[in-house]
Design a protein around this ligand. Sequence first.
Ligand SMILES: [Zn+2]
Length: 112
Amino acid sequence: MGFPKNLARDKALVAGQKTYDTGERCHAGHLSPRRTDSRRCCECQRIASRKYAKAHKEQNRQRTHVWYHTLAGERKANLIKYRVDYYAANRERLIENSRIYYHEHKECKDEI
Ligand SMILES: [Zn+2]
């Protein structure tokens, strides 16, 4: 069966773009770009990703923990350097975001 021809996607594939616009709504009603690789609506993808992350929070936390603690040598040094450089380059923005997040969630503190 396959998919119908889609000129916008073909152009995006040739141009190496990650997304393309169809100008049409997805099955859920979003007027959002589509992913070139999967043809999926970006908004539907975002919602599904958040839902998955929420449902697998502990599993992801453990996987990340194992990944981080098995990092060694140059890879670990590169990660630490990346984090230090990123913080230095974005310090003010990170502090401001943290302040905003705290004030928006301070009443949620007891729920955690
Ligand atoms: Zn959608």
